[in-house]
Design a protein around this ligand. Structure first.
Ligand code: FMN
Ligand code: SF4
Length: 467
């Protein structure tokens, strides 16, 4: 390739990418949220500490430390909530991890061996590499102190004195913004030694990755944070017993931490009631694909999908809904008819046969070819496999090559069964869940849209297929 064509292709790539660059207007300042908690009142410029405090920020941290009322000078500060009470409140809230698996946050916090004598760590997972997901970057860009306060509360609850926020490498401006917010919080005494004069100390640092999807998997993230190649570890042991530098570690997603201050300010029960049983609070959905107004939408868990679609402006004009991937590219696709009956919460989407995942809602209209879509997804997983385990390293390549040949008109009638069989041989047989994430979309696409795959396969006799 000549230098000129190199420059040309870089410019072309920039042009394509700039179409998708979030300006904020589309992403989260459209005002089309329902009962927002994390994105409430944001306008893009009010991310600083003074703005956050004006919105009630750091009140929750003051509340647990017993500093929300007037403390007479010289009298000892009595904590407003004990660590056990904070964990109990988070358990009562029904908050489930917003990073993908939906694991109950309070329960995860209770796994931390608080009496462990050595160093313990708190880690925020801001790697956000799941295709379709773009919420954590908006939280860090426009409301960074909500994450800092949430992490400080979590650290207090688990007796942790050091934390890291691991931020995706390709959003460097967001990493810089977060560093600025950290400086503000330290200067105001919300981070550091003896926070606000209390007996609680917490040092928080930001660290950035280099854009590998696998570094979002919690143990690969820990390896990367330690300066090693980002490859997942075998579990068990889980990070709660063997985490960062081999020490007890709790890892949560950015949005999970950002939800915590609201819970402490308003109570776990109030948070639970915003959502539905076992699915407390609001969730930020990154709605993308064939809708009129793609962007981030914060709505209560349990909101009907049809309402979310309406907020996002509906399906592109002149088109009808064909299918939806409800929770990021790792989640199985669901046909329109099933989605239109679903509410957007962990249990309802699981019952329908998919996952709420990270909340990236990829909307596909009737112009989409499912074979082509699966080809694109399979290429992603093949490319992002870290290569440690054979079923994933080899299997993701097989999946992509088979879907590619079907798409190119060279598929064989037996390919669909073979695709399912390869997916079966990956799922549940790998070190981390990337293998499952590669396999599940294949099975769901074939289950719901088999006719589209069959239509692309030249129908040969079994004898001709041998040739
Ligand atoms: C391949 C892979 C990629 C992942 N990427 C992310 C990510 O970008 N952000 C995230 O929070 N969790 C990601 N996860 C899930 C994390 O491993 C972990 O479960 C999560 O950070 C826990 O936080 P939560 O309990 O608050 O959801 C990923 C998991 C896998 C298997
Ligand atoms: S499943 Fe894939 S990404 Fe995960 S450890 Fe194995 S090879 Fe690496």
């Amino acid at each position: 390739m000549t230098p000129a064509s190199n420059t040309h292709s870089a410019a072309a790539a920039h042009n394509v990418l700039s179409q998708f660059a979030a300006t904020g207007v589309q992403s989260c300042f459209h005002g089309r949220h329902l009962q927002p908690q994390i994105l409430a009142g944001l306008d893009g410029s009010n991310w600083r500490l003074k703005d956050y405090e004006a919105r009630g920020g750091y009140q929750a941290l003051k509340k647990i430390l017993g500093l929300d009322g007037a403390v007479p000078t010289g009298s000892p500060v009595v904590p407003g909530m004990t660590p056990d009470q904070v964990i109990a409140e988070v358990k009562a809230s029904g908050l489930r991890g917003r990073g993908g698996a939906g694991f109950p946050t309070g329960l995860k916090w209770s796994f931390m061996p608080r009496q462990f004598p050595g160093q313990k760590y708190l880690v925020c997972n801001s790697d956000e590499g799941e295709p379709g997901t773009c919420k954590d970057r908006d939280i860090m860009q426009y409301n960074p102190h909500s994450v800092i306060e949430g992490m400080a509360i979590a650290a207090y609850a688990m007796g942790i004195s050091v934390g890291y926020n691991y931020i995706h490498g390709e959003i460097f401006a967001t990493y810089q913004r977060f560093e600025e917010a950290l400086e503000e919080a330290r200067a105001a005494g919300f981070l550091g030694d003896r926070i606000l004069g209390s007996g609680f100390s917490f040092q928080l640092h930001a660290s950035h990755g280099f854009g590998a999807y696998i570094c979002g998997e919690e143990t690969a993230l820990l390896e990367s944070l330690e300066g090693k190649k980002g490859q997942p570890r075998f579990k068990p042991p889980f990070p709660a017993s063997f985490g960062l530098y081999g020490k007890p570690t709790t890892i949560n997603n950015t949005e999970t931490f950002a939800a915590v201050p609201w819970i402490i300010r308003n109570g776990g029960q109030a948070f639970l009631e915003v959502g539905k049983p076992n699915n407390g609070g609001t969730k930020i959905y990154s709605v993308s694909g064939d809708v009129e107004l793609p962007g981030n939408y914060e709505v209560p868990l349990g909101t009907p999908f049809s309402k979310l679609l309406e907020l996002a402006g509906g399906v592109r004009k002149g088109r009808t809904l064909k299918a939806v991937i409800p929770g990021g590219s790792s989640a199985p696709v669901l046909p329109a008819a099933i989605m239109m009956e679903c509410t957007m919460d962990y249990d309802s989407i699981a019952k329908a046969g998919s996952m709420l995942g990270s909340g990236a809602v990829i909307v596909m209209d009737d112009s989409r070819c499912m074979v082509e879509s699966l080809k694109r997804l399979s290429y992603f997983y093949m490319h992002e496999s870290c290569g440690q385990c054979t079923p994933c390293r080899e299997g993701t390549g097989w999946l992509w090559r088979m879907v590619d040949r079907i798409h190119n008109g060279h598929g064989k009638p037996s390919d669909l069964d073979l695709l399912n069989s390869v997916a079966d041989n990956i799922q549940g047989r790998t070190i981390c869940a990337l293998g499952d994430a590669a396999a599940m979309p294949v099975r769901a696409m074939i289950k719901h849209f088999r006719h589209e795959f069959e239509a692309m396969i030249p129908q040969k006799t079994p004898q001709a297929e041998q040739v």
